[in-house]
Design a protein around this ligand. Structure first.
Ligand code: ADE
Length: 195
């Protein structure tokens, strides 16, 4: 599959892209790309955000800026595939959604910043609005890494040892039951032995 991350901070993902399971997935022919929102903005001086209509604190990422980035990358906005906007107000990310996304041929992750995206991004450019938890992060980048990580480790061969995906916590194989606890040596540690 191809995963593209649309972000104001593509350099955040250099570390992520270098992780073994991600590098494995790329070695298997999957693709991970980054789109710098500022690189294609139609506004002057790299502007990507604006003050909110109706007032209020903070800045909002403009819909025309996201549209320009998508058009530059795909020749179309919205793209012809699953496009997830990361937002604390979105649908809760879970293992079922990770599996669903891992079955897609392409996935675009839109990382918000400041007060988030103009709502028209969520409504007209994204297919899904997804939250990684009931708390507010400083931007969608870490959330996009959570989603990309959970999706990539489901790609056949990415982990290098297939069984661990099948027996994973929360996977359908265990019907949602938590994974059993793991132990390794030493058998006895400070009076606590392996049951
Ligand atoms: N951006 C800021 N907070 C977030 C969250 N909890 N999930 C997804 N995107 C976010």
């Amino acid at each position: 599959m191809r995963i593209d991350v649309v972000t104001l901070f593509p350099e955040w993902f250099e570390w992520f892209a270098s992780q073994r399971h991600v590098a494995n997935a790329v070695g298997l022919g999957h693709e991970l790309g980054f789109v710098d929102l500022r690189a294609s903005t139609p506004l002057n001086a790299g502007q990507v955000d604006d003050t909110p209509y109706g007032g209020g604190a903070g800045m909002v990422i403009r819909v025309d800026v996201v549209e320009a980035a998508l058009e530059e990358r795909y020749g179309a906005a919205p793209p012809p595939h699953r496009t997830v906007a990361l937002s604390p107000g979105g649908k809760q990310f879970d293992d079922a959604l990770a599996s669903e996304l891992a079955a897609e041929p392409a996935l675009t992750l839109l990382c918000g910043r400041y007060e988030g995206f103009d709502e028209r991004v969520n409504e007209h450019l994204a297919t899904d609005v997804v939250s990684v938890g009931p708390y507010v992060l400083s931007g969608g980048e870490v959330a996009a890494m959570v989603v990309a990580d959970a999706v990539i480790r489901k790609l056949p061969g990415a982990l290098g040892h297939e069984e661990s995906v099948v027996e994973e916590s929360f996977s359908e194989a265990l019907e949602g039951a938590p994974e059993y606890p793991h132990y390794t040596r030493p058998f006895e540690w400070r009076g606590h032995s392996v049951p």
